[in-house]
Unconditional design. Structure first.
Length: 457
């Protein structure tokens, strides 16, 4: 492996969900790991407890001595880090090997039997469901995940004797083009990241380039209805919830409590009586994708059924925080109009009689600008909207772009535009019976306080 002679790995942006999985992986390989992140979070706290030295000031003097040898240290950075970053430039000027997270992930992924899960949404849940199935099979797996699995409380699965490596194939910055999978999953190809791709046609071409990188006589598992161009040598299978034209689809789907029971029809096989205790039709669809990959890998139906019966879900993906007779609170990572629409559809199917209040934090100025109309249309599924300011992430402000672009387009009678400092007070004043929080920014910092307030009611 390319870093076999390395002693240490330094992460710039160590607290990112993808970066932290790699950091944990390198610790497991016996490397000394340290890094920088902009802010302290619950995830950086966990990494520190696991023995990773992380600091929160961009000063080169804070780089530990063990990470100052260019021949023995690898530096990995996230594209969210600005080019003027002091530590990034310290390493670049001194001849260190400095690579993006996607490149490092590709170098690990391409050494094994890679399963790359792509899609503008759905890839985290599919990856974690699949990892859970494989972890409970004789095949086992290594998995680099974009969310925290509730089953193992981590974004990383490790199995030193398994050749299978699962990774999310992220379309942002065309990162997925570093991956050459044996099996690829494509869950969606909606317009997103238009600051990178500029058009839906370019997004489509990006996914087609990823698909073309499937190794040899590999396989593609795609959501039914997608129409990417696929090279002839690749076997293609489709999945759906109930569309019988799909190679993998459900039947006898019924709600049981807040979860679902269903049967999956697969090529040449029926996988009966699957019971999932997690909420949301979205989880059923994502499970069908995971089941399709597991079936193609030869995992027995009874193993799949047993694994899914113990699946606990993903933090911040249809994440049920409070379930009381009078009040329900669900948190979700939804940050794209299509994700919001799918999430709210699932919520309303579970609780059709409840008055639905939603808190949404827009993520990125560019996404807000590009999809203001679509966001407004999706958010009109709510009864009450509480809209927060934009979370900028990696972006500088864009003149004329604010949360008001969405707010002014929403046709609801009951809507509020609030700052971070006002949010908890507004929640208390609204006292909602069914509340959802949505967004990919730092809205997760409010989940705990909102949950605790609900429980004290």
């Amino acid at each position: 492996m390319i870093w076999v002679n390395l002693d240490s790995v330094y992460f710039i942006g160590a607290g990112g969900i993808g970066m932290s999985a790699l950091a944990r992986y390198f610790v497991s390989q016996g490397k000394e790991v340290a890094g920088y992140d902009r802010v302290s979070t619950s995830l950086t706290d966990k990494l520190i407890r696991e023995g990773i030295d992380i600091h929160f000031e961009d000063r080169s003097v804070l780089i530990p001595d063990a990470f100052r040898n260019p021949e023995r240290t690898l530096v990995i950075y996230t594209p969210a880090v600005p080019e003027k970053h002091q530590q990034l430039n310290y390493f670049r000027k001194r001849g260190f090997r400095v690579i993006k997270r996607a490149v490092a992930l590709g170098e690990v992924f391409n050494t094994g039997r890679g399963i790359g899960v792509a899609g503008t949404h759905g890839k985290t849940s599919i990856s974690i469901i699949l990892a859970h199935i494989l972890h409970n099979s004789t095949l086992g797996c290594n998995a680099f995940l974009g969310g925290i699995s509730k089953n193992n409380n981590s974004n990383l699965y490790l199995n030193p004797v398994s050749e299978i490596i699962i990774a999310e194939a992220d379309e942002y910055d065309r990162s997925f083009l570093t991956l050459f999978p044996e099996i690829a999953v494509v869950s969606s190809m909606d317009a997103d990241h238009l600051d990178i791709y500029h058009s839906i046609e370019n997004i489509r071409k990006g996914f087609e380039s990823f698909i073309a990188q499937i190794r040899g006589k590999g396989k593609l598992i795609q959501k039914h209805g997608l129409t990417p161009e696929v090279p002839d040598h690749i076997e293609r299978y489709t999945y759906s919830i109930e569309d019988k034209e799909a190679d993998y689809h459900t039947r006898n789907l019924e709600l049981q409590g807040l979860g679902y029971r269903f049967t999956v029809v697969a090529p040449g096989m029926i996988i009966p009586e699957i019971q999932m205790g997690v909420c949301g039709m979205l989880n059923v669809e994502n499970a069908v994708a995971g089941i399709a990959v597991a079936h193609q890998l030869g995992i027995a139906p009874e193993t799949i059924v047993r694994a899914l019966s113990t699946y606990q879900g993903v933090e911040r993906r249809f994440d049920l925080q409070v379930q009381q007779e009078e009040r329900i609170y669900i948190d979700d990572y939804a940050h794209h109009p299509a994700e919001i629409r799918a999430f709210l559809t699932s919520v309303k199917a579970l609780f059709p009689e409840r008055r639905l209040t939603g808190i949404f934090q827009p993520h990125l100025y560019s996404r807000t600008r590009d999809f203001a109309d679509e966001f407004a249309e999706s958010l009109e599924m709510l009864d009450v909207l509480i809209l927060m300011d934009i979370y900028p992430a990696r972006e500088e402000p864009i003149p004329g772009v604010s949360a008001s672009l969405i707010f002014d387009r929403v046709g609801l009678k009951e809507k509020l535009l609030v700052s971070r400092g006002q949010l908890l007070r507004v929640v208390r004043e609204q006292d909602p019976e069914l509340l959802v929080t949505m967004g990919a920014g730092d809205i997760n910092q409010f989940v705990g306080p909102i949950r605790e307030w609900f429980k004290k009611r």
